[in-house]
Design a protein around this ligand. Structure first.
Ligand SMILES: *Cc1c(COP(=O)(O)O)cnc(C)c1O
Length: 355
């Protein structure tokens, strides 16, 4: 039976990408060798790496003055690396706290300077996107563009007059973004870009070199800029699969087309959550994420019955995060609307039987 993969991350990849990857694991670029067993200095690999860079540049329309990097360590490493490279001990950074991931980012940034929470939705268990209260005196404002755990998403950029830093791990390539407002964007690949193991960083070069502390060579963005992300051995397989995924995005109309697809999928599911008397959405309607829909049953005692029904329909990965409960349906780029239709039809038959 066809599986409908709603996992939040690591998450769904396009079928075509998986097929091409499996072929290249046996024979890459006609070399008779695996993509995993060739030198990262070989011309075949360098070509692949160049293609990955140019796809990021093209799909996200990266402006002059910005550099694209493929690093390791996940988005979690960027929590400290961003502050280490951009914030002096004597300076203040503004952070918008929208839940799990931004809270972790705040904790790490505090090691390198002063963090001021310039907005938070903690008072209501992170069920909405807060507005910025006071951004006076801050060097930059950090936000998490899509809150993977609680299912909220910024629909507009935070209203501040300083450069932005964004953790876009779970909605990169899902819609167009105004890069120019940012000094730094980072994301772990495993939600909407590729498999776990590579971290995308987009940094404004002129924002670097302004901190006075000593930075270990490998943690300095300028090292990776000067070496084209090949200062040390890059994670070749995750970069390769990400490159294929970006090519798939391009072949399917680019980021703007992804946005339309994603809006349509999200609308279909949220409409059913609102229409169906047995279900309720968890977050403020205007802040609902197109990527991760968090919802539950009004009567939680029937949860296992509903989960059994989804399983029978081939649906995988919709159990909510342990800190939220209920269900979470992640609908990243690679998911077809057909999978959301299957989920909605299970919700309808559930309410016909138990409503
Ligand atoms: C998954 C996720 C992370 C953590 O990413 P790692 O690559 O595992 O470090 C950070 N931020 C957001 C928004 C996420 O969704």
């Amino acid at each position: 039976m066809k599986k409908h993969n709603f996992y939040a991350g690591p998450a769904i990849l396009p079928e075509e990408v998986k097929r091409k990857t499996s072929a290249s694991i046996l024979d890459f670029a006609g070399m008779g060798l695996s993509v995993m067993e060739i030198s990262h200095r070989s011309p075949q690999w360098v070509e692949c790496m160049d293609k990955a860079f140019s796809l990021v540049n093209e799909l996200l329309r990266i402006p002059e003055g910005y550099k694209v990097l493929f690093l390791t360590g996940g988005a979690s490493s960027q929590f400290y690396m961003s502050a280490m490279n951009l914030l002096n001990d004597s300076e203040v950074a503004g952070y918008i706290n929208t839940g799990t991931w931004s809270a972790k980012a705040i904790k790490e940034a505090q090691l390198y300077g002063t963090v001021k929470e310039i907005g938070s939705s903690k008072d209501d268990n992170y069920t909405y996107i807060p507005s910025v209260l006071d951004s006076q005196g801050i060097k930059y404002a950090h936000y998490t563009s899509n809150n993977t755990v609680f299912g909220t998403q910024f629909k507009e950029l935070p209203d501040v007059n300083v450069p932005l830093i964004a953790d876009m791990s779970s909605d990169i390539f899902s819609k167009e973004i105004d890069i120019n407002r940012h000094d730094l964007i980072y994301c772990g690949a495993q939600k909407n870009m590729g498999p776990a193991g590579v971290t995308l960083v987009i940094v404004k070069e002129s924002a670097l070199g302004k901190v006075t502390r000593d930075i270990p060579t490998i943690l300095d963005y300028r090292t990776h800029i000067s070496k084209g992300s090949m200062f040390n051995t890059p994670p070749v397989l995750p970069i390769y699969v990400s490159m294929l995924t970006m090519q798939w995005v391009k072949d399917n109309g680019g980021v703007a087309a992804m946005n339309l697809r994603n809006e349509a999928k999200a609308q279909l599911l949220y409409d059913e959550i609102d229409r169906n008397d047995l279900f309720k959405g968890f977050v403020a309607t205007k802040d609902r994420s197109t990527m991760n829909a968090c919802f539950g049953l009004k009567d939680d005692t029937k949860k296992d019955i509903f989960l059994d029904m989804t399983r029978e329909a081939g649906i995988v990965g919709i159990e909510g995060h342990r800190s939220v409960g209920g269900f979470r349906a992640s609908m990243y780029n690679a998911m077809d609307i057909e999978s959301v239709e299957v989920l909605v039809s299970v919700m309808k038959s559930f309410s016909e039987t138990y409503g």
